[in-house]
Design a protein around this ligand. Structure first.
Ligand SMILES: Cc1cc2nc3c(=O)[nH]c(=O)nc-3n(C[C@H](O)[C@H](O)[C@H](O)COP(=O)(O)OP(=O)(O)OC[C@H]3O[C@@H](n4cnc5c(N)ncnc54)[C@H](O)[C@@H]3O)c2cc1C
Length: 486
């Protein structure tokens, strides 16, 4: 299997193959092809600019030289939000290196909002003890970051495979040597490289009610699981408290920045019931409890007192006005929605997974920075910081993992060896069809996906129990069918 779009005689081998074109994949691609001088290929299942990153609203949390803030404070806020389950070393890396990565992004051409007199405009969000979130276009931060990175990647990457769907890792001799990917016509190809960087994002689409776009379907984690690569903390799906309660899917998000500017949460009787700037898990649980108690399926966000709403939040304003709501007069209906996967492939402090040659960064990874609950606006930051570390490690000749960061916990009872169950063949180990199959014409995959999403939202949401999870498990087993599991 070879790529027909590449020149006859064979292209030069790739040093790095990146899967995904969100903030993590694009940041890795820019750095690898730029300062590291590596030959980079990028596989992404839609157009280059399609990703969850593009939808990000509120901004990027980083300590950018403001007097009352410090990296120690950002560290403390992140650890508190993570409920004691963060890896402290990984969080130190995140908050320590984050400001430098944001400055590099600005140097690359990303334009963040500033005060009229100059200087970056900063917002405070839930769980942050001070205002430290930089943003662009009001609440269109992700679109601006994606724009700047896409422009840079188009100029530098050696091979861009857009519309190519990665379905499996190529594992040979205990090492990742590339991926199997379907081209836009659905034919499988091997795409080989010395190193593979998974940056395929999260899995909100496992749920029927989510803020995530359709590409966030957990493909990277599925590929890793099929090859026995350890993942962790996938039970920690973060539910965003203020998704607009509306049939549109993905659910339009009413950014945390609204609460940062004074918007209030109100129950069905109009009463406040929780401190608005608490971490997201706290607010979502308080909402779920109040909704149960009052027998309602949504509550309210009251942003009527916010000044200059339309100017400050043009994208949110457009989205609520498009369904006939006026944020200066109407309370906005809200309910929690699946938003961010805190877990993923276990990685060390340089983004190495347990499988030599395979690296992971961004939402697909479990680097240890989020623990049980991600602090608002730490995700874009994580993508930038750990993408850079992956590239630096590859460029310095690193082959595989070291016992650091979240990965340190793997195999600790086994003399620090890393247990990887390596499967050397592709088509023979995943059941009759070998691997995850994108939606087919007969609609069977869509039906299975729909059942899974409904079951996850009902049984594995903000409120869950042993019984509800057992019900979800039964649906998963049934949907997966014999021979289809990892
Ligand atoms: C509405 C919304 C608002 C948000 N706001 C913020 C915010 O203000 N601040 C913040 O820090 N975070 C925010 N987040 C979270 C943040 O946007 C994401 O966590 C982050 O962008 C993830 O970046 P990523 O590069 O890891 O993955 P993504 O941006 O999801 O990119 C993944 C890429 O992988 C590709 N891909 C996936 N599977 C395959 C496959 N099988 N083969 C080939 N390609 C594949 C996708 O097409 C995509 O290009 C928000 C999320 C949402 C949904």
């Amino acid at each position: 299997m070879t790529d027909p779009s590449l020149p006859a005689g064979g292209p030069a081998p790739l040093d790095v193959l990146i899967v995904g074109s969100g903030v993590a994949g694009l940041s890795a691609a820019v750095r690898a092809a730029g300062s590291a001088g590596l030959r980079v290929g990028l596989v992404t299942k839609a157009e280059l600019a399609q990703s969850t990153t593009r939808w990000a609203q509120g901004g990027v949390a980083a300590v950018l030289g403001v007097d009352e803030d410090s990296t120690d404070l950002h560290l403390a806020d992140t650890l508190a939000a993570g409920a004691g389950l963060c890896d402290v070393d990984a969080v130190k890396v995140l908050v320590g290196e984050g400001p430098g990565r944001v400055e590099e992004l600005i140097a690359l051409g990303a334009v963040f909002d500033t005060h009229p007199g100059g200087g970056l405009a900063l917002t405070r969000e839930g769980g942050h003890s001070t205002a430290r979130v930089v943003h662009a276009g009001g609440a269109a931060t992700g679109a601006e970051i994606e724009r700047a990175l896409v422009e840079a990647v188009r100029e530098t990457a050696a091979a861009l495979l857009e519309g190519w769907f990665a379905v499996d890792l190529l594992v040979e001799g205990g090492r990742c040597e590339g991926v199997v990917a379907l081209d836009p016509r659905g034919s499988p190809h091997e795409v080989r490289a010395s190193h593979v960087v998974l940056a395929s994002g999260g899995a909100g689409q496992l749920y029927a009610v989510t803020t995530n776009p359709s590409a966030a379907s957990g493909d990277g984690i599925a590929m890793a699981l099929r090859r026995g690569v350890p993942v962790a903390d996938v039970e920690f799906m973060q539910f965003h408290p203020t998704a607009l309660h509306h049939p549109a899917m993905p659910r339009p998000l009413l950014s945390e920045a609204l609460r940062g500017h004074g918007a209030l949460l109100r129950d069905a009787e109009g009463r406040r019931f929780v401190e608005e700037l608490s971490p997201r898990d706290v607010v979502s649980r308080a909402m779920a409890a109040r909704m149960l108690e009052q027998g309602v399926d949504h509550l309210w966000l009251d942003a009527t007192a916010l000044e200059h709403f339309d100017q400050r939040f043009p994208t949110i304003s457009a989205s609520v006005r498009s369904i006939g709501l006026d944020p200066s007069a109407d309370w906005l209906p809200i309910a929690p929605a699946a938003h961010y996967l805190s877990g993923g492939l276990l990685t060390d402090l340089d983004g190495a997974s347990a499988l030599p040659g395979l690296w992971a960064c961004g939402e697909v990874a479990c680097s240890g920075v989020h623990g049980a609950n991600r602090l608002a606006s730490n995700s874009l930051l994580e993508g930038m910081v750990f993408a850079a570390r992956v590239v630096e490690a590859i460029a310095s000749g690193r082959e595989g993992p070291e016992p650091s960061g979240a990965l340190r916990t793997v195999g600790a009872e086994d003399g620090d060896t890393i247990p990887v169950r390596v499967l050397d063949s592709w088509a023979s180990d995943g059941g009759s069809d070998g691997a995850a199959v994108p939606a087919g014409d007969d609609g069977e995959v869509d039906k299975r996906r729909h059942r899974l999403q409904q079951a996850m939202t009902t049984g594995a949401g903000v409120v869950r129990s042993e019984d509800s999870l057992a019900t979800v498990q039964a649906v998963v087993d049934d949907v997966a069918g014999p021979g289809r599991g990892p």
